[in-house]
Design a protein around this ligand. Sequence first.
Ligand SMILES: *[C@@H]1O[C@H](CO)[C@@H](O)[C@H](O)[C@H]1NC(C)=O
Ligand SMILES: *[C@@H]1O[C@H](CO)[C@@H](O)[C@H](O)[C@H]1NC(C)=O
Length: 160
Amino acid sequence: MFFFLPSSLIAFLSVFASTFGVAPIDALAISPLSLARRQDSSLGDASSVLSTLDRRTVWNPRIEHPNAQTTWKSGTRVTVTWDTSSMPQNVSNSHGKVLLGYMTDSSESENLNTTHPLADGFLLTAGKVEVQVPQVPSRKDYIVVLLGDSGNHSPRFTIA
Ligand SMILES: *[C@@H]1O[C@H](CO)[C@@H](O)[C@H](O)[C@H]1NC(C)=O
Ligand SMILES: *[C@@H]1O[C@H](CO)[C@@H](O)[C@H](O)[C@H]1NC(C)=O
């Protein structure tokens, strides 16, 4: 809504700036997008989830499945797989989490469902984890994100 009300956003930032003694130009560095994201606590993105984690040894395994050709059916069991060939010995978090999200063409947001991970607590060294496809609306722009040491996402795929 900030996009449609730029004058009220500026008014808000001016009040914010005078209240906290911040120069208006610093306050303006907070983008409307980041404000919008913060308002929706049920959806997140991998970078904000990761920024709260230890980043000592960052490893970004490539997700092999699902890929751009994948179609999952709600209620079925499927396997998420990733490439472990370049895994370092000392990753800072060897336990993984798989989150479902979606990415539209018009936004960078990954719209991750952080409250219901598809899988949690498995070993990243395994290179795969079986998950149940949830009952979700049909879309062609779903992604999965593999968290642990990494925060990379799969290509967009379909759940039908
Ligand atoms: C992980 O191992 C690499 C290579 O042995 C080393 O360069 C790096 O400092 C280690 N990182 C930590 C956090 O131990
Ligand atoms: C997250 O997933 C659960 C289980 O599929 C679902 O009930 C919930 O509505 C989802 N939340 C969001 C924000 O999509």
